[in-house]
Design a protein around this ligand. Structure first.
Ligand SMILES: *Cc1c(COP(=O)(O)O)cnc(C)c1O
Length: 225
C-alpha cells in the first residue's frame, strides 16, 4: 500500500514530464487511478495521498467500495471505464460521476431514461464519454471511428446526454500512437474537451498525443490478482 503511494508519485512525475516535453500546460492531464478489483484498504492510502479521480470496471465491485470511500472523501470522482450492460444503467447512473463507455444506441437510450429520472428526483447525474473502437476489434466495445460523429450527435441531441469527450483502448498488439492520434482528431472535430486514452504501458505516449485523461492501474496498484 505504501508502495502504491510511491508508485503514484512516480506516475505523476512521468505525466508531468511527458506534458512538459509536449509543451502542454502543467495540469492539463488528469490521472484516473484504475482501482478495479482492489479492495478499500488498497485504495484508501492513495486517496490519503491526494489522488481524487478513480476508474472502475465493474458495477458490483464499485458498489461494494465507493459508497464507503466517498463518505470519507466526498470530493472523490469515480469513472466507469468497463463495458456497461444496459440492465446496469440505473445502478451506474447512481454510482458514477463519469461513464466513459457509452458505445451503442441501446445503452444511450437506457442511460437517458435513468438520467431523466435522476434529474426529476433532483440528484446529480453523470457526464459521458463515447468509447471509440479505433482498431475495429470485434471483441471490443466502442463505436467504429466512421460512426463516431453521428453517434455523438445522437447522444446529445436525441438522448440529451452530456457528452464531454471520447475514450479508446487501442489493440494490444499494435503501436498505440496512430490510435491515439485518431481519437484526438475525433474529439477536436466534435468540439469535445476530454480525450481519455493511455494505460500503464503507454500513458506517456498518450500524453504526447493529446490525452486529457490517462487511465493507469497496475503501474500504481500493482498487478491484479
Ligand atoms: C484495466 C483498465 C485500465 C488500466 O490498465 P493498466 O494496464 O492496469 O494500467 C485502463 N483502461 C481500461 C478501460 C481498463 O479496463
Amino acid at each position: 500500500m505504501t508502495n502504491a503511494v510511491s508508485r503514484l508519485a512516480n506516475v505523476r512525475s512521468a505525466i508531468a514530464a511527458a506534458a512538459a516535453a509536449a509543451k502542454r500546460p502543467e495540469g492539463s492531464v488528469t490521472l484516473v487511478a484504475v482501482s478495479k478489483t482492489f479492495p478499500i484498504e488498497a485504495i484508501e492510502p492513495v486517496l490519503a495521498a491526494g489522488q481524487r479521480v478513480f476508474g472502475e470496471n465493474y458495477v458490483q465491485d464499485a458498489k461494494g467500495k465507493w459508497p464507503e470511500l466517498r463518505a470519507r472523501y466526498p470530493d472523490a470522482e469515480v469513472h466507469m471505464i468497463g463495458p456497461l450492460q444496459s440492465n446496469k444503467a440505473k445502478e451506474a447512473v447512481a454510482l458514477f460521476d463519469v461513464i466513459e463507455t457509452l458505445d451503442r444506441p441501446s445503452l444511450a437510450k437506457e442511460l437517458a431514461k435513468e438520467v431523466a429520472r435522476a434529474k426529476a428526483a433532483g440528484v446529480r447525474v453523470p457526464r459521458f464519454l463515447v468509447q471509440v473502437n479505433t482498431g475495429a476489434e470485434p471483441q471490443k466495445g466502442g463505436v467504429l471511428p466512421e460512426a463516431a460523429d453521428a453517434f455523438i450527435r445522437a447522444c446529445r441531441e436525441e438522448h440529451g446526454l452530456t457528452v464531454e469527450g471520447v475514450m479508446c483502448i487501442p489493440p494490444a498488439d499494435e503501436p498505440p500512437a496512430p490510435h491515439f492520434a485518431l481519437l484526438t482528431t475525433i474529439a477536436r472535430r466534435n468540439g469535445l474537451k476530454i480525450v481519455s486514452m493511455g494505460m500503464s504501458a503507454d500513458y506517456p505516449t498518450a500524453v504526447a498525443m493529446g490525452a486529457t485523461h490517462v487511465r493507469v492501474g497496475s503501474a500504481i496498484f500493482g498487478a491484479r490478482g
